[in-house]
Structures are given as C-alpha cells and as structure tokens.
Design a binder for this molecule. Sequence first.
Ligand code: 13P
Length: 251
Amino acid sequence: MPRKKLVAGNWKMNTTLAEARALAAAVAAGTTPASADVAVCPPFPWLLPVAEVLRGSVVALGAQNCHPQKSGAYTGEVSTGMLLEAGCKYVIVGHSERRHGLGETDPFLNEKAKAALSAGLHVIFCVGELLAEREANQTEAVLDRQATQGLRDLPADRLGNLVVAYEPVWAIGTGKVATPEQAQDAHAFIRKKVGVILGENVARSLPILYGGSVTADSAAGLFDRPDVDGGLVGGASLKADSFLKIIQAAG
Ligand code: 13P
C-alpha cells in the first residue's frame, strides 16, 4: 500500500493566542479529507484553544515536546497523558533545537519516544546532521547513531504510530533547503536502517518527513522523491497560504 503523505507544521515558540486561533482556523478551512494528512504543533499553552478551533476538521493536533515520566516533580515539563487529554495525536521528539540547543541526548530521546508511543501518541522522531558533520562525510554515521539509539526497544504493537523526520540542521531556518537528491539519499538510508532496527515491514510503511526550509516552491520537488513522505515545516507553516500550498504539493 502506498504511504499517505503527512505535512506537519511546527510553530515552535511563535504566535500569540489570537494568531494561533486564526492560523489553525485557516488551515482547517483549507484542508479536506482528500488532502494529505495534516497536523499543526502549536506552543503548549495554545494546545487547548487550538484543539477547540480544529474540532470537526481533518487537521490533527501535535505537541512539540513531552517528558518520559507520567507525572511527578518535573518542573516545567509536560507528560504524554496531559498531551492526550489536551487533544494531541502527535508529539515531536528530538527536534534539533532540543538536541543541540538544550542538550537532549539520544538515550533521553529514546525514553521519550517509548513513553509517547506507549501512551498512544504518534511520535514524529527527528534526526539530522550538523553542517560540520555533513562536510566531514559523517551524515550517515550521525543518522545511524540517532536512529539506533533513539529507536531501540520501542513498543512493538505501536510501531505503526511512528514517523521519522529527517531535518538536516544546516537547513533549518536558514533558507538552505536540501536538494531532493540529498533528501532522498538520507531518507533511503534511514529507511534501510529502520529495517534493521525495527524490521522490514515497519520500514516499508514508515512515513519519513523532510524538514528544513521547506517552502511552497521547494515542496513539490521534495515530495516527488520516492522515500520523502511529506514535510515537517517551520517558518512556512506560520502563514496559512504558504502552508496550504505545501499541503497541496503533497497531493
Ligand atoms: P524551517 O522550516 O523554518 O526551516 O524549520 C524546520 C523545522 O525545524 C521544522 O521542525
């Protein structure tokens, strides 16, 4: 069965409440059941109001992070149960801004992925190399390490809820989008690796999204490649018209 494309908007630490509501409403109005799968990931405080706006639409809600523990003394953190209760379907785990900006490690991200899948969330697990690593020909070694350490021991009955996002760090927020060939090569490598870690069946049906400076202009060329199953979109997801064009490019 061909993989259905998924386009997810990562709003990062952007939008006022009014902007979040308006953006979610415009995305919901422009998305139909015939569209690719679509999700928006607003900041934590806007999850409930955005869930209200999305009610009855085909647009899913996602969060940008979670903590592996169910509850307890973890000041400032948010549990997977809280995200589910707020209406989330997806959670992003391992975004480079948390790996590199906040020092989150492969084993910690593995704990998050296990907890989120076990709780019933769909996980968008991010991997990707730094510019220096690409220039040193270490892209595959980095992806290998991030996938091997991050995707181990996941709950076998929940692997259908796993999504991987390839986000080369040099492409995020820089306007320097990967070429479709660079994306395809990395995605094919990740799919092969996931086949080894989680099995061929999981690898075959796994959606692998590309993220990093995706725009309405670059989306179609990327989504055309056989192993690119959609996008994780930052800046271009903050304007309904550009995000809807990217959704259209996903068919
Ligand atoms: P940009 O699309 O702004 O480059 O961000 C990509 C990203 O980090 C999505 O998670």
